[in-house]
Design a binder for this molecule. Structure first.
Ligand SMILES: [Zn+2]
Length: 152
């Protein structure tokens, strides 16, 4: 942390305590160059990832919807719930890493299909065939349900 007085980067934390009911940490720092004491706050930054749907509408990323879609695609397949969560975790982490906080729904679909392809061929095909047509994960879940209904 650079000193606001002399610009020295050599500053020392002399006191650190939670504040805002534990939502932030307040730190007193002292510059080793000019001895100025100043305060910094550390807070959790909530990244609100936005998803741009095919019709152009933008809505907040919904992890549960994605989870549901992946779960449906892997239903009755040798893919564990842990693996389903891992796929979603990895996709979410990759999306959060991007500078652009608005992602196209197709991009999310691509990230999921890349992972499903490695996990299970049938789950991959199910996901691709439906996700490419529908951009909304809940629509996807419904469609899978219908497909399975027809197969029986
Ligand atoms: Zn200083």
């Amino acid at each position: 942390m650079r000193c606001p007085n002399c610009g020295d980067t050599d500053t020392e934390v002399v006191d650190s305590r939670p504040t805002d009911g534990g939502q932030a940490v307040r730190r007193r720092r002292e510059c080793r160059g000019c001895s100025l004491r100043f305060t910094t706050y550390e807070r959790l930054e909530w990244q609100t990832l936005q998803v741009r749907k095919r019709d152009g509408a933008v809505e907040p990323f919904d992890r549960d919807k994605l989870l549901d879609g992946v779960r449906r695609a892997t239903e009755k397949r040798p893919v564990s719930e842990d693996e389903v969560h891992r796929v979603v975790d990895e996709v979410e982490a990759e999306l959060q890493d991007r500078e652009d906080q608005v992602v196209d729904t197709e991009e999310i679909g691509e990230l999921v299909t890349d992972r499903l392809r490695e996990l299970d061929e049938v789950a991959y095909l199910r996901f691709v065939s439906v996700y490419r047509e529908f951009t909304d994960a809940s629509q996807f879940a419904e469609e899978i349900e219908e497909m399975e209904g027809e197969a029986e």
